[in-house]
Ligand binder design. Sequence first.
Ligand SMILES: Cc1cc2nc3c(=O)[nH]c(=O)nc-3n(C[C@H](O)[C@H](O)[C@H](O)COP(=O)(O)OP(=O)(O)OC[C@H]3O[C@@H](n4cnc5c(N)ncnc54)[C@H](O)[C@@H]3O)c2cc1C
Length: 460
Amino acid sequence: MKPIAVLGAGIAGLTAALDLNRRGLPTIVFEAGKAVGGMASSFKDAEGFSYDFGAHFVSNRLAAALGSADICRTVKHYGEAVHLNGRSYSYPFGLMLSPRFAPAAIAERYRDRPVVSAADWFRKKYGEVLAEEVAIPLTEAWSGAPAEELSPSVGRKFGPRILKSLYLNAAAKVTRRAVCNGYSHEMPESADVWHVYPEGGMGKLLEPVANEVRHLIRLESPVEKILVEDERVKGVRVQGETIEVSAVVSTAPVHILPKLLSGTRALDHMAAFRYRPMIFVNLRFSGRGHLPDTMLWVPDRSLPFFRMTETPISMPWLAPEGKTLITFDIGCEVGDQHWTMSDDKLAELCLDGIATLYPQLRRKFLSAGGVIRTPVSYPVYLTQYEEQRQRFAETTGVAGLYSIGRNGEFAHSLMEDVYWRTLRRMEDVAAYVGQMPQDLPFADEIARRMRPAAGQVAAA
Ligand SMILES: Cc1cc2nc3c(=O)[nH]c(=O)nc-3n(C[C@H](O)[C@H](O)[C@H](O)COP(=O)(O)OP(=O)(O)OC[C@H]3O[C@@H](n4cnc5c(N)ncnc54)[C@H](O)[C@@H]3O)c2cc1C
């Protein structure tokens, strides 16, 4: 059988390769970068501060499934808050129970409102006041699009289930562990699923899987073309070499698939799918616990950032003792004023911003800790392509082409969901290659080998 080509060695590509390999299916992983891990990677600077490029929070269940439970530390606390009009509210209950928001939310239950956009969905779910003051400005900041132009799927993805959240919060208090809440949609969350962090950084989480499939991985080998004939995948082109394949499993962002595909125009419409670029600015401060909780949402359009994360509140080992690190998320467009701003200027902008909320932090500021710019961060669910997005979630429309992972599925998936969804999708891949007609020359060769030689027949 010709190999199955996997594009990308992040959690999705590695999980796919491991599963296909264990099924005995020939697999090659092509990774464009110099290392495996994709977004799951961390970096420690000379001053002892650690930064994660993507994920900070993963579950003990994912660590166990990946074989890295024994290198993970338990995270004891995780919480989110929202800063609004000079005060902070815990999320979700502080906000929902506030007399400022609760009456409008209750009134909304009795109102019949058509839901055709994310803005409608937020108003219906949280009431007019909470939607207008919190949910809509935050959604617009991270997506870069008006909430009226976003599909209701945006809200459905994030809407907390109140009773379940209450139970999980209570479980966290009783067990003194950061019980996951809203981090997995594919598997049930319970008191037994809590946040952990791997010793040595996020990349370590994937090491056991990477070790098992290392012989299948080609680093610094971006797939340049996926070759399609009669709407069926036939091969890939990598560094000028054409390799025949039986299927392709891609983790690349969907908007570049049309450029990768050769021999079909079936996915041309995906070029219009948008990802929101982001800038992550890190600032170092003396002291710790400056934010009211690990993550602070800031629905304030006058500030350049919409979220701040103080990871050492949850993972104290990510900063030297007595110091802390705060990461600021700035939604942007490639080439805009923030994207092109110098790192020093961005740090200054964030320091000025946080000082308007917490003036004492200006005195505690130590230094800027680096800036990460990423052109592909969050998928933007515009209503204009919602139907196509839903269709793509079922099938790519090209036989033998599977698109998986966060960017490959164009979904706001966190690592654990990426893992379970990938395993499920590999069943489809195995079924597809299992029922593929063998190429004639290969089938002829097998038939020839099985045919007894004339002499043997005579002897019999
Ligand atoms: C800011 C941010 C915060 C997050 N926080 C969390 C969190 O706290 N918890 C959590 O669970 N998840 C979190 N996530 C999500 C998590 O990081 C992702 O779900 C996960 O890392 C996605 O893995 P992946 O394998 O799908 O993609 P990636 O990790 O992006 O891997 C894709 C790989 O494909 C390679 N590639 C692309 N094109 C090609 C090509 N043509 N040829 C060869 N290789 C190619 C890339 O180089 C890359 O290595 C966060 C994400 C972001 C952006």
